[in-house]
Design a protein around this ligand. Structure first.
Ligand SMILES: Cc1cc2nc3c(=O)[nH]c(=O)nc-3n(C[C@H](O)[C@H](O)[C@H](O)COP(=O)(O)O)c2cc1C
Length: 185
């Protein structure tokens, strides 16, 4: 898979097959994140693998734009990677976390795995669960996809993704003509 195809083909996945992702694959994904860009190369991002998915799931929220939508019990992820910030290294984490998570999502996609970046999470509960001194930033759900999702260029300014009659998630992306605001010579 070439990089541009991976970038364009990756979509958030919110329904998963009930099959465990091998630990070595999860480690490959985390290892890829070590190579992500990092401000001043400080590398303050840490990771924890959470396979206690039944405990983690209540700390998450899914697909805010879909009404009354949650993965059913037999569609939920069996594994999460918690993305943590080590305040002993640096106090701000956002750009580094974004670079690391994007890298992990693309690595997982290349391996045939689906991911969903989760920001609507109960950080206090997860921190307690992990027993970590690090700041809990995000979760990344990882698993074998059981859902189709596609991107399309939207032209009417509506950025809300929707589920169609075939259960496919359709994700609007602002068109090039809108995001590329010009070239200065
Ligand atoms: C910072 C951030 C937080 C997000 N939090 C959630 C979340 O809590 N729950 C969820 O279902 N999706 C979440 N997402 C996924 C976005 O909804 C998704 O990336 C967006 O709709 C575009 O879809 P795509 O990833 O398929 O391109 C989050 C994405 C980002 C970047």
């Amino acid at each position: 898979m070439n990089v541009i195809d991976a970038i364009k083909g990756r979509r958030s996945i919110r329904k998963f097959k009930q099959r465990d992702v091998p630990q070595k694959d999860i480690e490959t994904i985390i290892d890829a994140a070590r190579y992500a860009a990092s401000g001043a190369n400080m590398q303050p991002i840490k990771y924890a693998v959470m396979r206690n998915h039944k405990e983690v799931y209540p700390c998450t929220k899914w697909a805010g734009y879909l009404t009354d939508w949650d993965p059913a019990e037999n569609e939920r992820p069996l594994c999460y990677i918690a993305i943590l910030g080590d305040a002993g290294i640096k106090k701000t984490f956002e750009p580094d976390a974004g670079a690391a998570i994007t890298t992990m999502m693309l690595a997982a996609h290349e391996m045939g795995l689906g991911t969903c970046w989760l920001g609507a999470i109960d950080r206090a509960k997860l921190k307690e669960m992990l027993g970590t001194e690090h700041e809990v930033l995000y979760l990344l759900a990882v698993g074998y996809p059981a859902q189709e999702s596609r991107a399309f260029d939207e032209t009417d300014g509506n950025i809300k993704y929707y589920e169609d009659e075939n259960g496919v998630i359709n994700v609007p992306k602002r068109p090039m003509s809108e995001v590329n605001v010009g070239t200065r010579e």
